[in-house]
Ligand binder design. Sequence first.
Ligand SMILES: C[S@@+](CC[C@H](N)C(=O)[O-])C[C@H]1O[C@@H](n2cnc3c(N)ncnc32)[C@H](O)[C@@H]1O
Length: 266
Amino acid sequence: MLEHLRCPRCRGPLSQGPSFPDGSGLLLCACETAYPVLVGVPILVPEPALYLHQHRDAVLATLAEQGLATPEAVRLVLDFAAACPGGEPLRFGDDWVHDEASWPEPTEGAPEALLSLLEQAQGAPERAIEELLGGPHDLVAELGCGSGLLTTRLRARHGTVLACDLSLRAVLRAGPPGLVLDAEALPLAELDALVAANLIDLLDEPEAFLDEALERASRVVLSSPEPELLDGADASRHAVPWVRPHGPSEWQIYLLSVARFERRPA
Ligand SMILES: C[S@@+](CC[C@H](N)C(=O)[O-])C[C@H]1O[C@@H](n2cnc3c(N)ncnc32)[C@H](O)[C@@H]1O
């Protein structure tokens, strides 16, 4: 995977530093930044010490839950976190990583119209994204992979799909290959395509993100419940129902825009 990665600070290539049998170790950049790799997952955010300081407990809990709290991985987390004293611990988007693989059965007696909408909506965003993505492509990055549902579908069609998220739990749940990154400092080299479902509306600078994404990939497919963020897409665009189950009697329904962007020839 190393040839597809770049330093999120200076965009330089990365080299393998010390490594351990559990897949943990360091990636090194000529700009003198070292990035930890935890049980095979590179943490390629611009400030890795700050990230592991702020998310230390969530990262350690994630490793423990997954049975991956090896002495080497735990040592790396603690060493990086200790190199950055101060600052408030933060949570990352773990609430998006629950098991959404099966929908709850709607409460008995739910109206027909609701049942029919739920049936139509199930998988609709994923189908729209897959259609606009085309392919199959050799190398795709999915940013903000969340629960990993889309990742699994993409992996059935495309060669290599990198599962990327700010949350280590999301990356581990999606399975390898994957990395922890900040979509606003993309540590990726050239790809065939890039997908980000329901991420752009969470970013501070969505326009800058899109420019960066098109520098890495000639085709970018995005979805968002905020259609204006997808202005400038090519003519291929869908609006589909997006339903988020929160239990057998609570469902949130959005109208989701899904759009494709193509890199313009220089
Ligand atoms: C709204 S959820 C969408 C998850 C999934 N793509 C879906 O559609 O169900 C956003 C995801 O993006 C991740 N995320 C938030 N900010 C991010 C950032 N700056 N870089 C990378 N991932 C980020 C969160 O951890 C979360 O998994």
